[in-house]
Design a protein. Sequence first.
Length: 605
Amino acid sequence: MTQPPNQPPQGGFGAPQDQPPQGGGFGPAPQTPPAQGGFGAAPQTPPAQGGFGAPQPPATPPQPPQPGYGYPHQPQQPQQPGPYGAAPGPYGYPQQPPQQPGPYGAPQPGYGHPQQPPYPGMPGAAPGGPVPGPQGSRKKTALIIGAAVAALLVIGGTVFAVSGGDDGGGGKKPVAQHSDDPKHSATSSPTTSGGEDPENLNKDRQAGEAKVLWYKPAPDAPASGADAPGMWITGDTAVKAAYKQVFAFRTADGGTAWGPLALPQKICAVTPQKSADDKVVVAYMNGGGDRAKCNQLQQLDLRTGEKGWTAEVADGGLFDSAMSVELTVSGKTLMVGRSQSGTAYDLGTGKKLYDKKKYGAACFPAAFAGSTSRLIQVASCGVGTGKEHEEIQELDPATGKVRWTQTVKKGWEVTRTYSVDPLVVYLTNRDKKAWNISTFDKNGKFRSEVKVNEKFAPRCGWAILERELQGCQGVAVDANMLYLPTDSTVSANEIVAISLADGKAKWRVDSPADRPMAPVKVEDGKLIAYVQPSYDTGGQVVSVPVTGSSHKTTRLLQNPQGAADVEDAFYDGVVDWTGGRLFISSGRLSGDDDSKEKLMMAFGN
């Protein structure tokens, strides 16, 4: 494979954060389980990890940067050589030249400066850093940009993940052992006939402002909180999972499209992406006790709410149970990943296709990432042999056959995928306190490493028992560029376009308001970005041309000032832009009866 020249790294650029978030964001946070940053203050118990770009400390560690964009940050780490070339620099701070080569050749610039020691991700407390207001009471967590880029976090084995080493993407959060039965709550059911605006959020709407099309209160949740993963927009229906139910609303007015669909136990995983024919799979627990497993699968048609096939995920070998799983869609294949293996199903019929198990020199599949046509597997190899390393493979989604294998140097772990097609991965080296962002061509050959000396802040989650490569938001990728937001707690920032060909910055654009913005997706030759709201101004959706010589923002939507408080109150928020409408939903429910928690809302002209 081609290796970059042996040059010292030039600094890093905002890698995912592994430590507990420093600031709240977008709404009050639940008080028990740790969540990830974004749309809501962080929980008060477990620490959160970085998001939206956690920097890592350079060889001479700088002062720990503040978390950015609502994503938790990682601890500062000295800069070290990268996995594919020059050593990566600390999370967003300029680094000093590394003394050792990276996993794929000369060390390369790093990617972010960790903020604090690794810690399971808390919601809201992400890289947003200190928030405005007395004692940071008004916490602003960054949004999780929905349906953006699938990124999985593979943490080099169960022990690493459980110890809270690297953040594990995917947003799975430990929950305190409280009863799963929701207490009595004043919160109303989110199922309605549509068109309601009980708080009159559109009152005093100014000229040029969009309007709140609809919004829904969150369903009852236990005092310990509950996950509300996923958000899928298909045709005229918006679908949202929360605790033990799946809700479907009409996109135009918020009326009930179907359901809600009730499941026997709490939802523990979902496919972040839907299939081409609008199918998803939801996993739920097989019981309510401490030993319950996340092994029950339910296929669902997003258009009709019709339940499809069901299946129970079998345990793998020793230390490879289905206590926790990750779900990945690749074309017509569903891959269910455990900590050391995976099982593939036909997404349409539920038929088991194949298993991916131990192979070669003690290589155990640790995580998967998928797109419409590609399935990526990351495996941990040689554990306990002195020749420990990781391997990246592309699999044929239909058969599991290996198309190519890329070996990663010892000490480096593939932590996330910012994109699967093209393949862009984020790697970390725990011993050297280093990180690296590398890109690969369609044949798995090393292509480039990011060489931008900047602190970036994409938002990433974490996992407990398995890695989740599909856990980062606030980052977008197209055929030629990687788009990342620079770190900012509450003020204006930039989005930087980085060439996948050489890893260099090609252009950058400033936030049009005195608030942070982050990429959502690239569509029709334009980058779509979301600008966070402030206490007296609604959020914005803007577009930026990705080609040509001018890269200025054009405002697509200005949300009303009267709805700013509600827009800013979604905990661990998920965001999507489709059909000229902005959709925001909570990624986790706090279970607080007094918070008047919202589940989902939509803006449009």
